[in-house]
Design a protein around this ligand. Structure first.
Ligand code: C2E
Ligand code: MG
Ligand code: MG
Length: 726
C-alpha cells in the first residue's frame, strides 16, 4: 500500500481500502527513513516494511502476516535446533567414545610409562583393549612390552638370586670351588679352595698349574688322564681322589669333581667343579685298612694280610716254579708261663719286642706277621732252597736268645718253628699254614726251641690223631679201655709197696695205643675228665679188692695219674673223696701223681687242690721229675710226699755218670725237703743197685715188671708177698 504522511491510503491492492485512513498512532511510529517493524492488524501480527519518499512525502509499505513468515522460520528453527541437538548428541557420544577408547588407554599407557620411568611400575599390570584398532594394537604392544619387562625382571631376579646363592655357597661351602676357562686357560679358585691348602686369597693366581702342579707326583699322571678322558667325552664327569701339596709341604687328600661344557664341535671350553677335603676320611680309611691288616700290638701284618701275601706267593709260584717261597710258623715257648706269672703287660712287651726283632731282621721282601697270641708267621719269598728257611730259623733262635728287658725283669726266650716250603698239590694259603703249624707242633713235641721241616708223615700223624679222637670217644663209651698195674717196690727190701695204675687201649684195628698218644687227645678234647674219674673209680676198686682178698696186702698202695685238666676241675677233690669212701680205703693208700707240666699252667689252683688232697689224707707224688721247667723252684711250693725221678735219668745211667750225679742231687734235695723218692724206668739190676746205693727208697720199671693186667698183678702180688721179694 502507499499512503501519505497523514496516513491516507493512496494505493492498496484491495480497492476498498483506497482513501481509508491508517491510525495516526501507527504513522507516528514510522520514521522518515526506510524501516521494518511489526504490528498487529486486526489481532493478527504483521511484519511491516516501508520506504519513505521525501519528495512525495509518501510511504510505500508492505505487510506480511507474521504467521506466514514465522511459520517457515520456526520450521527452519526447529529443524536447525533438532539437527544441532542431534549433532551435540553425536558429538557427546563421540566424545565419550573417544575418551573411553582412545584417550583413556593412551592416558593409562602414558601413566604406566611414567611409573615405569619412576620405577614404580607394577609388572603385573595389563591394559585392556576392546577394539581391534590402532589403540588396541598400541595396548597389545604395551602389554607385550610390560610382559617382556616382567619376564626380564623375573629372570634378572632369578639370576641375581642364583648369583647370590652361588656367592653364598662359595663362601659357605666347605668345598673349594674352581672354574676353568679352557679357552683362556685361566682358572678361578675360590677362597676356600686356597684355604684348604693353607693359602690366603692373594697367594694363589689363576693358572691351572696352581692346582695341577700341587698334585702329588704319584697321582699327577692319573689326574691328567682323568681330565683328558672327560674332555674327550669318555667319562660323564671328572672325578679323582688325590693328594695336594699344602703350604706346610705336607699333603692333603682331596676329592675333585668337575663337569665340562662342550661347544657344538664337541670340544670342551669350560670345566667347573669342586675340591672336597677328605684327609680325615682317608686317614680313617687308611687306619681302618691298617687295622684290618695289621696287628695292633706289634704293628706287624696280621693273619689276614699274611694269608693274602701267601696267596700271592702261591700264585706267582704256580706261574713261575722258580719263584720259590717258604713259610716259618713260629710259636714262642713258655709264653703262657711268662704271661701268667709276670702279667699280661709284660707278655705284651715281650710280644712287641719279639715282633720288633723279627721285623728288623728280615729282608724287605719277606713278611713277618703276628698270626695271633704268641704265634708269628714269616713268609720268605724268592728263596733258593730250604737252607734259606732253616738259616732264618736259626737266626731267629739266636735273636730270641738275646736277653729281653721285660719291665725290669731280664729274660731270654725261644720258639718252636715249623717250616714249610712251596710244594705241589697245595693250592691255598690255609693248607700251607696248616702244615707249617703241624711242623711247629712237632718242634714243640721234640723239645721246643728248635725247628722242624714239615713232611707228609707229620700230617699222617695229625690225621691219625683226628681218627683216634673219634675212636677214643667210642672206646670210652664202650669201655674198651682197661687199667694195667705196674708194681712199685722198696729198693731196700724188695717188698712190694704198691702199684701205679696205667691206662691201656687195645684198638680193634690199630692194636695197642700208647697212653702217650691218646692221653693228650683226651686232654685236648676234654674226654680226660670222665676218663680220669673212671680210672680213679676202678683203680681204688681194684685196691679195695686186693686189700680185702689178700690179708698181707692190707697196706698196699695205689698210684693214680692225674692230668692237668683234672687238677683244675672243681669236682676233683670230691671225686677222690668218694673213691676213698666207696671202697672203704685208708686215705693214705691212695697216691695221686701229677707232672710238673700239669701244675705249671695254673700254679695257684694246683697248689690249693694239692693241699686239699693232702687234707683228705691221700698222698701226692710229683711225676716225671726233672723233665719240666725249672723243677727245683717248684718243689718246695707244692705239698708233694714223693718225687718220681723220670725214667730218662735212669735210662743209660750206668754209661752216663752225669746222670748218676744228677740223681744223687735230686735224692739229696728230696731228703732235705723230707720227701721220698721213687725211681722210674729201672730196666736192669745194675740200675736198681746203684739207685738203692744212692738212697732211693722205691723203684719201678721193666726189670721188676712192666704194667700188667689186674689178674696178672694179683698173681704178682700174691707171689711177691709169699716170697717177700720179687
Ligand atoms: P708215667 O705216669 O710216667 O708212667 C710211667 C710210664 O713209664 C708208663 O708208660 C710205663 O709203662 C713206662 N715204664 C715203666 N717202666 C718202664 C721201663 O723200665 N722202661 C720204659 N722205657 N718205660 C717204662 P705208659 O703206660 O705208656 O704211660 C705213659 C704215660 O701216660 C704215663 O707216664 C702217664 O703220664 C700217662 N698215663 C698213663 N695212664 C694214665 C692215666 O690213667 N691217667 C693219666 N692222666 N695219665 C696216664
Ligand atoms: Mg705216673
Ligand atoms: Mg712217670
Amino acid at each position: 500500500m502507499v499512503f501519505d504522511a497523514k496516513g491516507r491510503v493512496i494505493y492498496h491492492p484491495n480497492q476498498s481500502f483506497l482513501g481509508s485512513q491508517i491510525s495516526p498512532v501507527f504513522v507516528e511510529k514510522l520514521t522518515s527513513e526506510d524501516g521494518i517493524l511489526s504490528t498487529e492488524v486486526d489481532g493478527e501480527e504483521m511484519f511491516v516494511t516501508y520506504a519513505y519518499s521525501s519528495k512525495s512525502n509518501w510511504y510505500v509499505m508492505s505487510l506480511i502476516p507474521a504467521n506466514t513468515f514465522t511459520a517457515k522460520t520456526s520450521l527452519i528453527r526447529t529443524v536447525t535446533f533438532s539437527l544441532l541437538l542431534i549433532c551435540f548428541c553425536f558429538a557427546g557420544i563421540a566424545a565419550v567414545f573417544i575418551t573411553q577408547n582412545i584417550v583413556n588407554p593412551i592416558r593409562k599407557i602414558t601413566e604406566q610409562f611414567r611409573s615405569f620411568q619412576e620405577g614404580t611400575l607394577d609388572y603385573r599390570t595389563r591394559l585392556e583393549s576392546k577394539w581391534d584398532d590402532e589403540v588396541g594394537e598400541l595396548v597389545i604392544w604395551f602389554n607385550a612390552f610390560v610382559e617382556g619387562l616382567a619376564a626380564r625382571q623375573e629372570s634378572e631376579k632369578r639370576l641375581s638370586e642364583s648369583e647370590e646363592r652361588y656367592a653364598l655357597a662359595v663362601r659357605g661351602a666347605n668345598d673349594g670351588l674352581w672354574d676353568w676357562n679352557l679357552t683362556t686357560d685361566k682358572i678361578y679358585l675360590s677362597p676356600r679352595w686356597k684355604q684348604i691348602l693353607g693359602y690366603e686369597e692373594d697367594d694363589i693366581g689363576n693358572e691351572p698349574a696352581e692346582w695341577l702342579e700341587r698334585v702329588h707326583p704319584d697321582s699327577q699322571q692319573e689326574v691328567k688322564m682323568k681330565i683328558d678322558a672327560h674332555f674327550q667325552g669318555r667319562t660323564p664327569h671328572f672325578e679323582s681322589e688325590h693328594r695336594l701339596c699344602h703350604k706346610d709341604n705336607t699333603y692333603r687328600w682331596v676329592l675333585a669333581r668337575g663337569l665340562a661344557l662342550f661347544d657344538e664341535t664337541g670340544s670342551a671350553y669350560r670345566m667347573a667343579g669342586s675340591h672336597t677335603e677328605i684327609t680325615g676320611r682317608k686317614e680313617a680309611e687308611n687306619q681302618l685298612r691298617h687295622d684290618a691288616f695289621y696287628d695292633s700290638l706289634t704293628d706287624l701284618p696280621n693273619r689276614a694280610l699274611f694269608l693274602d701275601r701267601l696267596g700271592s706267593a702261591i700264585f706267582r709260584n704256580q706261574r713261575n716254579p722258580s719263584a720259590k717261597f717258604g713259610i716259618l710258623f713260629l710259636d714262642l715257648d713258655h709264653f703262657k708261663l711268662i704271661n701268667d706269672s709276670l702279667g699280661h703287660n709284660v707278655g705284651d712287651v715281650l710280644l712287641q719286642e719279639i715282633g720288633r726283632r723279627l721285623g728288623k731282621s728280615m729282608r724287605a721282601t719277606d713278611t713277618v706277621a703276628r698270626l695271633g697270641g704268641d704265634e708269628f708267621g714269616i713268609l720268605l719269598e724268592n728263596i733258593d732252597d730250604i737252607r734259606d728257611a732253616t738259616q732264618t730259623a736259626d737266626r731267629i733262635q739266636n735273636l730270641l736268645s738275646q736277653p729281653i728287658d721285660l719291665l725290669g725283669t731280664e729274660t731270654i726266650t725261644s720258639a718252636s718253628i715249623g717250616i714249610m716250603m712251596n710244594a705241589p698239590g697245595y693250592n691255598t694259603p690255609d693248607e700251607y699254614l696248616r702244615d707249617a703249624d703241624i711242623a711247629m707242633y712237632r718242634a714243640k713235641a721234640r723239645g721246643k726251641a728248635r725247628y722242624e721241616i714239615f713232611d707228609q708223615t707229620m700230617r699222617d700223624y695229625i690225621m691219625l690223631r683226628l681218627e683216634l679222637e673219634t675212636d677214643l670217644r667210642l672206646a670210652i663209651e664202650q669201655q674198651e679201655l682197661t687199667l694195667h698195674y705196674q708194681p712199685i717196690i722198696s729198693l731196700e727190701n724188695q717188698k712190694i709197696m704198691g702199684f701205679e695204675s696205667l691206662l691201656r687201649w687195645s684198638h680193634l684195628e690199630k692194636g695197642d695205643i700208647s697212653p702217650t698218644v691218646f692221653i693228650p687227645i683226651a686232654e685236648e678234647t676234654g674226654l680226660i675228665l670222665p676218663l680220669g674219674d673212671w680210672v680213679l673209680q676202678n683203680a681204688t676198686k681194684q685196691l679195695c679188692f686186693w686189700q680185702s682178698q689178700i690179708p698181707a696186702a692190707s697196706e698196699l698202695q695205689i698210684s693214680v695219674n692225674l692230668s692237668g685238666k683234672q687238677l683244675v676241675h672243681p669236682d676233683l677233690v670230691e671225686q677222690i673223696e668218694n673213691a676213698i669212701q666207696q671202697n672203704s680205703l685208708q686215705p693214705n693208700c691212695l697216691n695221686l701223681e701229677v707232672t710238673e707240666s700239669d701244675i705249671i699252667n695254673d700254679t695257684e689252683t694246683a697248689a690249693t687242690v694239692l693241699k686239699e688232697i693232702k687234707q683228705l689224707g691221700a698222698g701226692t707224688q710229683m711225676d716225671d721229675f726233672g723233665t719240666g721247667y725249672s723243677s727245683l723252684s717248684y718243689l718246695h711250693q707244692f705239698p708233694f710226699d714223693v718225687i718220681k725221678i723220670d725214667r730218662s735219668f735212669v735210662m743209660g745211667m750206668t754209661q752216663d755218670k752225669s746222670k748218676v750225679s744228677l740223681i744223687k742231687t735230686i735224692i739229696l734235695m728230696a731228703k732235705e725237703l723230707k720227701k721220698k723218692v721213687i725211681a722210674e724206668g729201672i730196666e736192669t739190676l745194675e740200675e736198681m743197685e746203684i739207685l738203692r746205693e744212692l738212697g732211693c727208697e722205691y723203684g719201678q720199671g721193666f726189670y721188676i715188671s712192666p704194667a700188667i693186667s689186674a689178674e696178672d698183678a694179683t698173681t704178682f702180688l700174691k707171689k711177691s708177698l709169699e716170697h717177700k721179694a720179687v
